[in-house]
Write a protein that binds this ligand. Structure first.
Ligand code: SF4
Length: 455
């Protein structure tokens, strides 16, 4: 199913679509206010971009340095070439400890690898502890946003979900009471967990440590209570030095939610006494993307979600319409690398307005990459025949002044004479279904120009 078809389900609820659009635009405006308050913000973006580009150009060296330092700190490092290997490694660590209860903080990588179904399929209870993640876990849904995983839901939806699963009062939509119910429910899970799984926001090659940023402190509570901490990271999360980190922490929260900094920015460098710290470093298609010169810059992403909040297509089509772990503009340039055929409609889910590129804190040329993916898809024959033929037709029409003149005359006459039902038909002109067509002028600009004797 294409992005457009999936989006049609979302936009069918016009009220929810408007609310989703306005809510994310509010977050975008908060981001703007936070950014304008930092005069050197553009310099920070440039610096972050250069640090990431440098790191990617020597990724092998930094990964080896990181592994050696981490091992010296007493961390157990594992390498996974793909999602299956990642899931097997995590399951193996859990089993070796005879554990059956696991808490997990927010991690898009584990979503990408479908870790939860893998673990539950082997009899392990996995509880997502980020509030948004827990809500969608109870509803058996995927996250619809990188930072705000349940942004597609209203408080009424959360109330219904909590009534069903946590036994809260029916019809009670009070956000404070709903949050308190989640807090009580999760507290018991935290205390019972034997293993805590977390994502990684940044990994520092110089120290061998990892950094986890959350607003709820759920990662820290889980990690500090459990005997075993398994941190899962994509291999692009590296920064070379500890001093580089400040550049990214200043950019991340401001770009994501408009906060000056995330509430908790925690460094984990070695296991606490009597405990274990495992790091699982995952490739899963990243080196393939690194080998594509036109698309390697997508690996600079720090998962702030700003490109989603600003994207007019994402805001009005919802994250689930992308059917990929990472939705929005960044998902549309990461997904074809994983499965070109399956995600062939995503690079077209964009107006190419460039707003995503403008807000990206690490200066990824997102809209240029979207355009390039369209070219790759066209060359690979992965665009629908109707789109291919209509583009070929338009190419010829626009290349010939005579054909363009005749086409204009036919269109002007057709718009005047044909019945409304035909000019606004879903089959022949889907564009006009939700838009009014302009009043056709009596003559073209060229005809007027000739008539008034200007040539
Ligand atoms: S592509 Fe840029 S704006 Fe989008 S999530 Fe990644 S870092 Fe943020």
């Amino acid at each position: 199913m294409t992005h457009a078809l999936r989006a049609s389900t979302f936009v069918a609820d016009a009220e929810r679509t408007s609310w989703h659009d306005e809510t994310l635009w509010f977050v975008r405006q908060k981001r703007d206010k936070a950014v304008y308050a930092v005069p050197e913000f553009q310099e920070l973006r440039e610096l972050a971009s250069q640090i990431k580009e440098h790191t990617l150009s020597r990724l092998d060296e930094y990964l080896m340095q990181f592994e050696a330092k981490a091992q010296r700190n007493g961390v157990q490092v594992h390498w996974a070439a793909n999602a299956q290997e990642h899931n097997d490694i995590v399951l193996d660590i859990i089993r070796r400890h005879g554990a059956t209860r696991v808490v997990k903080s927010k991690s898009m990588l584990t979503e990408e690898c479908h870790l939860n179904p893998h673990l539950t399929g082997h009899g392990i209870e996995v509880i997502d502890t980020d509030l948004g993640e827990r809500i969608i876990q109870l509803r058996e849904e995927a996250p619809s946003h990188l930072v705000l995983p349940a942004i597609h839901l209203k408080k009424e939806d959360v109330s219904d979900t909590f009534h069903l699963h946590l036994g809260t009062e029916k019809g009670n939509h009070d956000p404070q009471q709903l949050t308190e119910a989640a807090r009580q429910h999760l507290r018991a899970k935290f205390l019972a967990a034997e293993v805590a799984i977390s994502g990684v926001n940044f990994a520092v090659a110089e120290t061998g440590g990892v950094v986890i940023c959350t607003n709820e402190g759920n990662a820290d509570l889980g990690v500090n209570l459990a005997r075993v901490h398994i941190a899962c990271m994509g291999l692009e999360k590296l920064v070379p030095r500890l001093t580089d980190l400040g550049v990214f922490t200043r950019l991340l929260a401001r770009s994501a939610t408009g906060q000056p900094v995330t509430t908790y920015t925690s460094h984990y460098t070695k296991p606490a006494a009597g405990k274990e710290l495992h790091l699982v470093i995952v490739d899963n298609g990243r080196t393939q993307q690194l080998g594509r010169p036109d698309f390697r810059a997508s690996l600079k992403c720090i998962r702030c979600g700003a490109c989603m909040n600003t994207c007019p297509v994402y805001r009005r089509s919802g994250g689930h319409s992308y059917d990929f772990t990472v939705p929005g503009p960044i998902g549309a340039i990461l997904s074809p690398n994983i499965d070109l055929k399956k995600h062939s409609s995503l690079p077209f889910a964009s107006t190419l307005c460039g707003s995503c590129t403008d807000v990206c804190p690490v200066k990824i040329d997102i809209h240029t990459q979207l355009y390039k993916w369209r070219q790759v898809l066209a060359e690979a024959g992965e665009i629908p025949a109707a789109k291919k033929w209509s583009l070929q037709f338009m190419g010829r029409l626009l290349a010939s002044p005579t054909a363009f003149g005749i086409g204009g005359r036919v269109a002007r006459t057709g718009l005047r004479l044909l019945p409304y039902r035909l000019t606004h038909s879903k089959t022949f002109n889907a564009w006009a279904v939700a838009r009014e067509l302009p009043e056709p002028p009596k003559q073209s600009f060229r005809e007027w120009y000739r008539e008034t004797g200007k040539v």
